[in-house]
Each structure stands twice: as structure tokens, then as C-alpha cells.
Design a protein around this ligand. Structure first.
Ligand SMILES: Nc1ncnc2c1ncn2[C@@H]1O[C@H](COP(=O)(O)OP(=O)(O)OP(=O)(O)O)[C@@H](O)[C@H]1O
Ligand SMILES: Nc1nc2c(ncn2[C@@H]2O[C@H](COP(=O)(O)O)[C@@H](O)[C@H]2O)c(=O)[nH]1
Length: 187
């Protein structure tokens, strides 16, 4: 008899601008059943971002309350804003045996590894440093100062690649989305 494949918690991390959201959006276009946790953040919405879809956009007091009430599975400060994973929805899906995907930063990935040791950690790497800078700058959503902060964080994140179970290089969005789906045992 074939061994049962138990859906796992999968964490996708990688430097800002590497293409995490793009890959996940493509994945969910092809497989809408893939569930992605919607994080809470104190960052202001970018044009086109919607509350409850891309993030739960909250103010500092609201974020403090989420922490105080134990409502976050993990949280971290990244480039001047706070981000956290709502605990309830993630645990509910895992309890129902459904695969769960988190798109979070390195600090969050480390915290998930501590609290959920069977989670698989996937690192999305850029084809090169220059291409990462091109993508982050080309997105046109951040000021020069924020880009500098995010690139400083990117150096730290790239140096931590060996902490992850798997590295995928984002040369082709379609290829990486396919590889991630396979790792999540969705296809
Ligand atoms: N394989 C690719 N080839 C070329 N451009 C890409 C590729 N993947 C993503 N991009 C582009 O790179 C830019 C950054 O992508 P995206 O916003 O998905 O990154 P991210 O990792 O989610 O960033 P952040 O962590 O800051 O949210 C976007 O303009 C996107 O269109
Ligand atoms: N630790 C966490 N990191 C998160 C979460 N949600 C998103 N992120 C990461 O933050 C940065 C910046 O995101 P951006 O949308 O402002 O570009 C990026 O690395 C995201 O993956 C979270 O809940 N926890």
C-alpha cells in the first residue's frame, strides 16, 4: 500500500523582490485550491492591495493587541513594519489535513521551525544579486530609502539559505510554481 502523503505546512521565504508573491499568484491561478495564509501588517497598502486579500492592514495598536492576545503564530519586524501570521486559520486548516502555505521573511521562518518542526522551509533565491536589485527597483513600489533597507535585509537572508530544506532559483515563474506545487504534494 502506498504511504499516505500528509499535507504539511510549507514556508516560502527569500529576499524582498525575488518574486515570492509572483510565484504564489501564478501557483494559485493554476491551482486555486492552494491555501495561502493572509498576514497582518502595519505596512500601508500598495496601490491595488486589498484588506483581507493581500494583507490585513492594521495600525500599531491593533498589531500590539494581536500579539498580546496570542493571535499570531509568528511575527517579525521587517524594513520598518511589522508582519505576522494569524494563528487560528493556519491551525484549523492543518487540523483538517489541508496543505498550508506561508509567505514570510527569514525571521518568521526561523520561528515557525521552532514551533512546527515538521514544517518544510523553502528558500526562493534570485538568479543573481544584480537581477534581485533590478526586480526590487523595477517593481516601483518602494522609495529609494526603503529599497536600501530591503537590500540590506536581503544580504542577511541570502546568507541564511543553508537553513532551509530546499532552494528554488526563480529564473522562471512557471517552473518554480510547478516545483513548489510538487513540494507541497498538490500535484
Ligand atoms: N522569474 C521572474 N523573472 C522576472 N521578473 C520577475 C520574476 N519573478 C518576479 N518578477 C518580478 O520581480 C518583481 C518582484 O516580485 P514580487 O513582488 O513577487 O517579489 P516578492 O519576493 O514577493 O517581494 P517582497 O518580499 O518585497 O514582497 C515584480 O515586478 C515581478 O514581476
Ligand atoms: N515574518 C513574517 N514576514 C512576513 C509576513 N507576511 C509577509 N512577510 C514578509 O515581509 C516581507 C515584506 O513584505 P512586503 O509585502 O512588504 O513586500 C516579505 O519578505 C514577506 O514575505 C508574516 O506574516 N510574517
Amino acid at each position: 500500500m502506498a504511504a499516505e502523503v500528509r499535507p504539511r505546512l510549507t514556508v516560502l521565504s527569500g529576499p524582498s523582490g525575488v518574486g515570492k508573491s509572483t510565484v504564489v499568484a501564478h501557483m494559485r491561478k493554476v491551482h486555486p485550491e492552494v491555501w495561502l495564509s493572509v498576514s497582518a501588517t502595519t505596512r500601508k497598502p500598495r496601490p491595488g492591495e486589498r484588506h483581507g486579500v493581500h494583507y490585513f492592514f492594521v495600525n500599531d495598536d491593533e498589531f500590539d493587541k494581536l500579539i498580546a492576545n496570542g493571535e499570531l503564530l509568528e511575527w517579525a519586524e521587517f524594513a520598518g513594519n511589522r508582519y505576522g501570521t494569524p494563528r487560528g486559520a493556519v491551525l484549523e486548516r492543518l487540523d483538517n489535513g489541508e496543505p498550508v502555505l506561508l509567505e514570510i521573511d527569514l525571521q518568521g521562518a526561523r520561528l515557525v521551525r521552532e514551533s512546527k518542526p515538521d514544517a518544510q522551509l523553502v528558500f526562493l533565491a534570485p538568479p543573481s544579486w544584480d537581477e534581485l536589485v533590478r526586480r526590487l527597483t523595477g517593481r516601483g513600489t518602494e522609495s529609494a530609502e526603503v529599497i536600501e533597507r530591503r537590500l540590506a535585509a536581503a544580504k542577511i537572508e541570502l546568507a541564511a539559505e543553508s537553513e532551509f530544506d530546499t532552494t528554488l532559483v526563480n529564473t522562471s515563474v512557471e517552473d518554480v510554481a510547478r516545483e513548489l506545487l510538487a513540494l507541497m504534494a498538490v500535484v
